[in-house]
Design a protein around this ligand. Sequence first.
Ligand SMILES: Nc1ncnc2c1ncn2[C@@H]1O[C@H](COP(=O)(O)OP(=O)(O)OP(=O)(O)O)[C@@H](O)[C@H]1O
Length: 766
Amino acid sequence: MVENNKEQEQQHLDTIIKQISQAKQKLQRSIQNAQADIADINRTFGDDVHIGVGDDSISMAGALSIHQQQQMLAERNNAWQRSRQQLSVLQKLEKNPYFARIDFRELPSGKPETIYIGLASFTDSQNHFLIYDWRAPISSIYYDGNLGRVTYQTPDGEQAVDVFLKRQFIIEAGKIVSLFDTQETIGDQMLLTALQNNASTKMKGIVTTIQREQNQIIRDTNSDLLFVQGAAGSGKTSAIMQRIAYLLYRYRKKLTSSQVLMFSPNMLFNDYVSQVLPEMGEQNMVQMTYLQYVARRLPQVQVQNLYEQFTDRQQHNFSAVTKLVSDLAFFQFETHYAQRLNSGGVHFRNLYFRHKVLISRDKIAEIYYGFGAQYTLLNRIDGTRDALMKIVQRKVSTEMRKKWVQEQIQNLSPEELQQLYDRPDQEFKNGDEETRFLARKLVLQAFKPVVKRIRHNSFINSAATYYEFLKLVPNLLNLADYKITQVDWQAYVQRFVDYWNQKKITLVDVSPYLYLYDLITGHHGDLTMKFVFIDEIQDYTPFQLAYLQYNFPRARYTMLGDLNQAILTHDNSQTLLKEITHLFAPEKTRVVQLTHSYRSTKPITEFTKNLLTVGEKIIPFDRQGDLPNIKVAASATTMFQETTAQLRQNQKDHYVTAIITKDLAQAQNLSQRLRQQKVNLTLIRSENQRLAAGDLVIPAYLAKGLEFDAVIMWNATAGEFQPQDRQLLYTITSRAMHRLTIVANQELDPLIAAVPHKLAQWDFCK
Ligand SMILES: Nc1ncnc2c1ncn2[C@@H]1O[C@H](COP(=O)(O)OP(=O)(O)OP(=O)(O)O)[C@@H](O)[C@H]1O
């Protein structure tokens, strides 16, 4: 029966591939034609286009033909681009046209229909759909329902259908390798096949096996905040990548990839996910890290990077203060504080011209605070800018009479003179008029940097303003409520000053610092951004999230995270969700919990979830594999030898290994030792690197969001990790897909030792 089906399906597949191939050839011809057209236009107009050399102007006929040519070229170019995109889609479809078939009948009285679902739509010459895009409304019945009555959303509302066949295909190079008829949403067999694959340096798409709970996330179009909490490996990142592809399809005339922004945990991760959208025929969204986002606004100052942030947290100096400054309450407090700035507290800088004070900071303060009490901060800054511009304008005529101007005029070369004139043949009544003209030009030119500083609000001394704010905090807030002493607070403020003097700022300070500046200047952020995605949300503070929302006020947010993996902000991770939901209307907020974990084999997931105490519910996917192996070595040398032996074993089994260390220092140290032993591994020491293929040594904070065939957790020795590092241990171990090894020297870390013994294979190595 199955064989029979397979034969019939192969015949159907062959006819579809034939049609795709014909469409491809047609498209190739039209691309060639478009190319020829473009060359033609260039040739035809080439001679006509005449740019006058003598008088430096463009002849009318020339201007017209340039315009015509540009227009025609743009049209042809667009057509050419579109065709090229279509061609790349067809090339993909030709190899693998679809992955599912659904037979159904529209209720109440439709006729039976059969549809095929693939990576993109494909129609015949009469516009009949031979393949439906996986994102088309009808395709959702493949992901959402079982057999029988299923509903799906159409542009005109809900439609019910009766589904009587769901068939899945694995097709390779135009041949059906296997097919399954399934009762459930997506048959486990297909998912198992997908999950057994080896890890790669680039994340793969999951359209053929999207799970029902993931589909809810992908197709959500109602929420302003979609908050997804999911265990390690539950497909959060996969789901957002598919969601972006879905949104680009669903809003295809209204949404471009430049209006979708993704904040990712580090740049290594950007590289990791960079292929998912292009493989689905879409362009990548804008991607950056929070650090990049804030650092861009402070080019003169060095914002603490991921590594410094991680080691800073480990030192734990200011945990109570950090908690306060990172809190949503502090964001609101700062918003409130800004009102006070209407009557004092903003500091200014002198405006200099030719190394002398042109407008003093006192004068600027006098202007700024000279406006009436009814002025808002925004009116105040606008008014101050106008007033400063007027002062500069008034200074032009006095400046024109200064000696330096006269000297410059006398020293002007003929070329420089030409550049100052409005026209080459400019005439003047007399020498005086010419001198006045030139003097004005020179002074205006010299004032340009001052004007720029005024326009950019550089006359505000934001560091001093922020410093005063910090100093006032103890008078306005009861620090004892936050378990902070005066001494702690002062030390914190002093650190800000010390850092600032070295042109540095911590990641904790940078958001409140920028926010205060934005409140003063009325900086509104980006109104065009429509969707903002934040991955690994647990590493953000509520303050940062509120600040992002302030910066992208019109966007809808998808936030994804695993509160069990908060390696940078674990103090407040559990309250994070509660705090974030305050930022959005409850009826526009949706919280989705992903409970199934797909990345790792069942034994690995069972083990890692036992590292957590208050873990969210985690259900392992039933994929078999070895128990995690814990090797407690008798000495540091043995630990190293066991590591290299395991590495070789993994290589033999065709598993790519990542050795994950607690921090960068250990990673560097280990990789050096390995190199001495001629073991070939890439050390990932910075997020600016690319993820190389092959075995790696990588510190934990850079392994976020990534996955590897095999993981060796290096040096899980008692005393290396702190009790608060539980989540870090979970992040490290949950990176493993197929094999997990943990090595320790003499005594194992107590958090790992507390996992039930039967969940691992224990070796004590001499
Ligand atoms: N529906 C699915 N079909 C096939 N593979 C899936 C599916 N969902 C998840 N996976 C696979 O599971 C692995 C983990 O997915 P992903 O990295 O998206 O999870 P995550 O929740 O972001 O994990 P973490 O929080 O640990 O970084 C990936 O290899 C992904 O391809």
